[in-house]
Design a protein around this ligand. Sequence first.
Ligand SMILES: Nc1nc2c(ncn2[C@@H]2O[C@H](COP(=O)(O)OP(=O)(O)O)[C@@H](O)[C@H]2O)c(=O)[nH]1
Ligand SMILES: [Mg+2]
Length: 464
Amino acid sequence: MVTEARKGVEDLLYLAMDRRVRLAVTGLNQSGKTVFITSLIHQLLMGARLGGLPFFQVVAEGRFQGAKTVLQPSMHIPTFRYDQFLESLTATPPQWPKATDGISEIRLAIRFRPKGLLQSRLKATNTIFLDIIDYPGEWLLDLPLLGQSFQEWSKEVVTLCRTEPRHTLAQPWLAYLGALNPRHSADEGVLRHASRLFTDFLLACKREPIGLNYLQPGRFLIPGDLKDAPLLTFCPMLSPDPSLEPGSLAQVMADRFESYKELVVRRFYHQHFSHFDRQIVLVDLLKGLNRGPNHFADMSRSLKSILKNFDYGRSSILSRLLRPKIDRLLFVATKSDHVAANQHNNLERLLKRIVTDPVNEASFYGVAVETMAIASIVSTETVVKEHEGRRLSFVRGRPKGRNEEVLLFPGEIPEKIPKPEEWHKERFNFLEFEPVIARNDSDDRLPHSRLDLVLDFLLGDKVT
Ligand SMILES: Nc1nc2c(ncn2[C@@H]2O[C@H](COP(=O)(O)OP(=O)(O)O)[C@@H](O)[C@H]2O)c(=O)[nH]1
Ligand SMILES: [Mg+2]
């Protein structure tokens, strides 16, 4: 208890001294959050070794002294298993981390020599603490629920189910719901069955190759420790009437929805999502392009509705203590190594198109905003070759699930969102790759693309 309290005071002190940075790593499921966090930690721990972070100014200027994982701030949150993830990424054969099914946290201490003679004489070394949490991307989509009533949410879901691919997948659930009388008194068996059919519908929407993102409630997909709780036993209603009797089916559904919002979403939001200083938003555009226009629109809708839930603006020292705000926001297109290097500019341009609204909104509040195309862990290599008289950029790598490397032409990235008629079948087919096999050199570092620029943007001003 005493240690908790002391840690709390210490934390406040770091905060007041501007020595604590809480980074929001935001992205839909499978956008690359866990791999990004793992690689970011790895790059910081490796520091200046092998010239790995040339554009992180504190490293380039020789002021970076090192980084270390230290005791995390919260006692009740599992630790982010950097060690396990790194082990699997460097095993033979290497493997990507498995999908995240709960929340975890990690704290890094970064030591550096301050810039400028005067400061250096006063104090040889400074330390900042970087806090990062990891969680299933599915849970992020719960944040928009906070602004919706049961009626509004039900209406939205039912409207979305009028179009494909949701329309067909929702039929078993909608047919069952259609036969129910919302005024009848609630029966646990009926609630459970309706909720089961709705969950099956959500899971079918999520499953590859459909892969939709705008699916709520997030805990229906990844329940964490709440499996089978009444909180997770409800579903939207066809015509939810706010004036229904207590105890009626529709009223019990609405009550459970409200409890879910209060006890799961709001709590999650307050504990983990309301105190960030910096944010990185990861977007897997390649998957979006592969899946076609419906998915692409669904991905953009999901991103926009998530970003509405963060606080943007400049923080003074006092407001940082009371209510911190995000004052630097970085959008990245992840997995840029899936395409050849000459496509990275287009990847960034396309990303810019998709995030125009949130970028404008954040800039309006004085937030510094950037966009980049990055690869947390580069798993391929670009090979330029003559092909039928043209110089083409190919990619060499080991596609997911295969044992041998292949050389392939992954195609080109459009710099604008394609018009509906331009999404003809098979236009985009970007493959995913297995991580490269490490050279078994103990001093090896995982290859990345632009994580130094990411670090410089997110932390540069804190390490001066
Ligand atoms: N080639 C490549 N693949 C990546 C990279 N980052 C993520 N991936 C792929 O994307 C998958 C999902 O990444 P993950 O970090 O688990 O996503 P999360 O659900 O947002 O945490 C991984 O299993 C990899 O296949 C990257 O930098 N390069
Ligand atoms: Mg993850």
